[in-house]
Write a protein that binds this ligand. Structure first.
Ligand SMILES: Cc1cc2nc3c(=O)[nH]c(=O)nc-3n(C[C@H](O)[C@H](O)[C@H](O)COP(=O)(O)OP(=O)(O)OC[C@H]3O[C@@H](n4cnc5c(N)ncnc54)[C@H](O)[C@@H]3O)c2cc1C
Ligand code: SF4
Length: 570
């Protein structure tokens, strides 16, 4: 039988960026907070001298154990969904810090257009620009309303960058630290895009250009451009992560505790309020009930949706009728790009997760879409993240993929290959959604989450358009051989693409079309908050975490308000 623990003010399910931010803000405000994290604890000392590509980048040491819990996947409702048994298209985080430990640190704010996409698209292009199968909706909050929370996140992480992009929203304050180094590789991109008439800027990076102390007194180091960043923890404490920023801030208050190896399997509910959560100690198998005044789901897009579904909170989306909001608008992104092979060798082994240059000339509504068959667009970037030696064997298309010639060409081309890629926005579609799998269960007996997802016509059209732009840039950069990526067909969950899953617990201003309000408070249970990229009604043309961080600060403000007065916050 489950043991019932002492009641707390706030229980958090998962302690990554969203859990850490809410822990810090609530604990500073005097609330007693407990974070339940299914993975282990960890900190900077764990990463000293372990640039081990096999262990971290190929064996995924910091990520979710899929033998205990995974998702099932199918492209369409007609197919039988099967479990994802190896990490592939996306990499799920686990442990204190979540994916915030092994993320790259590319930290873009979504565009003003993103938050009002439906009304702005309808106004400029008419209501029929996309068919009714695309479930576009505004977010229930504008960029200007979210701007102070973006600024808060920037300051917490010490974001490095330059305010040079004419297409993004107005920033109320400059970047806390200057941009990263403009390396010779980035200069090639800057020169080429400038000569094509575009507007390059240094990618905003959470790998910091210089040492920084944040407003809570946490110190973040200066990046060494070691190149073992994405999928790794930072041994220099130079990559802003929850464990070097918000988690210690929360701990210092004396109001925050973390219980690790605690896998939450159910949200407890009574009437129209939640009362706490039930969790299983993954090491002993013992079961606990943690009562709380407020429950906050900060367990990433997929687990947030799954916990609501297994706890029967909210109405499951039904693609036949369009009714229900839970699981609706699951989204992903496309990654069109071009590889270029150069004559001259470059220092590709150096880099950082967030080192790069970007243009937004084809992102959001930066250009006129009247004559194209898609909306929105993609950021286009050259990132210098450090090319890892085991996984990277670039060869031009006419070279065999094995044997002596392959080895020779692979060694020759390793320092001579660059790629320019887009992160393409993805519009929600009636047939793309999350639900519970009817057959498969996890190691704790809980049904697995089922993902039904495929690329849409809009994705394919945008992919082609952006691929052509990346090829033009690569040519202008002087590559000897320019190899544009292939067109996309069906979404494949096997090759890595990005951990930019969105939707399923979307935000909005109407309970009929969203799961949470713009404080991320659940419409059906006022003391339940659901936080993460699952709140995005569509996916934009950037990495998500700056927007996730801003939303987490907004939610924290709502939770503190709610703790005083109760009731709906909107
Ligand atoms: C390799 C990689 C690179 C990335 N690079 C970038 C980038 O450059 N820029 C960017 O913007 N984004 C990037 N991302 C995405 C970014 O890391 C995420 O958007 C962000 O970390 C999400 O934070 P979160 O708090 O929502 O979830 P997470 O970080 O996933 O944290 C959720 C936590 O909840 C825990 N949890 C889950 N279920 C349960 C449960 N049932 N009980 C208890 N605990 C639970 C998990 O163990 C985890 O620790 C990257 C992701 C990956 C994997
Ligand atoms: S590239 Fe910089 S931030 Fe990333 S792990 Fe290396 S030193 Fe740390």
């Amino acid at each position: 039988m489950a043991k019932t623990l002492d009641k707390v003010d706030v229980v958090l399910v998962g302690v990554g960026w969203t859990g850490g931010i809410i822990a810090a803000e609530c604990a500073k405000a005097g609330l007693k907070v407990i974070g339940l994290e299914r993975g282990n604890t960890r900190n900077t000392a764990d990463y000293v001298m372990v640039h081990d590509e096999y262990r971290y980048a190929i064996r995924y040491e910091l990520m979710q154990d899929l033998s205990r819990e995974t998702v099932t996947f199918r492209n369409t409702r007609k197919m039988r969904a099967l479990p994802m048994r190896q990490m592939g298209s996306f990499l799920l985080g686990e442990g204190l810090g979540g994916s915030g430990t092994h993320w790259n640190g590319m930290t873009y704010r979504f565009l003003p257009y993103d938050f009002q996409i439906k009304s702005m698209t309808d106004k400029k292009y008419g209501k029929n620009k996309l068919s009714a199968d695309y479930l576009l909706q505004d977010w229930g909050i504008t960029y200007d309303e979210l701007e102070p929370y973006f600024t808060k996140f920037d300051k917490t992480i010490g974001l490095s960058g330059e305010d040079k992009n004419p297409f993004w929203g107005k920033r109320s304050e400059d970047f806390p630290t200057p941009p990263m180094k403009r390396t010779p590789i980035l200069k090639k991109f800057e020169d080429a895009t400038t000569s094509l008439g575009y507007h390059p800027y240094m990618l905003p990076s959470a790998n910091l250009s210089q040492p920084y102390e944040n407003p809570d007194g946490e110190s973040i180091g200066a990046c060494q451009y070691c190149g073992f960043c994405e999928r790794f923890g930072c041994e220099y404490g130079a990559k802003s992560s929850p464990e070097v920023t918000v988690v210690p801030t929360a701990m210092k208050t004396g109001n925050f505790e973390v219980t690790v190896h605690a896998n939450v399997v159910e949200i407890m509910k009574s009437g129209n309020k939640v009362t706490g959560v039930r969790y299983i100690d993954t090491q002993s198998g013992a079961e606990y009930i943690q009562p709380a005044e407020m429950v906050i789901l900060t367990s990433y897009v997929l687990n947030n949706a799954k916990l609501l579904m297994v706890s029967k909170i909210g109405e499951q989306y039904n693609p036949d009728t369009g009714r229900g909001t839970l699981g609706k608008n699951y989204g992903y992104q496309i990654e069109p790009g071009t590889t270029g092979f150069f004559e001259e060798p470059m220092n590709v082994f150096m880099g950082a997760g967030g080192l790069g240059m970007t243009i937004d000339d084809f992102n959001g509504d930066s250009f006129d879409h009247s004559d194209v068959d898609f909306i929105h667009g993609a950021s286009i970037t050259l990132s210098q993240t450090g090319v890892r030696p085991i996984q990277t064997n670039p060869v031009p298309p006419d070279v065999p993929v094995w044997g002596a010639e392959f080895k020779k060409q692979s060694i020759l081309n390793y320092p001579r290959t660059l790629s320019v890629y887009g992160q393409g926005a993805s519009m929600p579609h009636r047939e793309n959604f999350l639900s519970l799998d009817p057959d498969y269960r996890d190691a704790y007996g809980v049904p697995l989450l089922q993902m039904t997802y495929n690329f849409t016509e809009q994705d394919r059209n945008l992919h082609k358009f952006i691929t052509d732009r990346t090829a033009e840039i690569m040519k202008e950069m002087g590559a000897k051989t320019v190899v544009p990526g292939n067109p996309i067909s069906d979404y494949d969950i096997v090759p890595y693409q990005s951990t930019h899953n969105t939707g399923g617990t979307i935000m909005g201003s109407d309970p009929d079309t969203s799961v949470v309000n713009n404080y991320l408070q659940h419409w059906d249970a006022e003391n339940l908050f659901v936080v993460g990229a699952g709140n995005f009604p569509h996916n934009g043309g950037y990495n998500p975490t700056a927007t996730v961080g801003a939303l987490a600060y907004r939610a924290a403000e709502g939770i503190i308000k709610y703790s005083k007065n109760g009731g709906s916050l909107v």
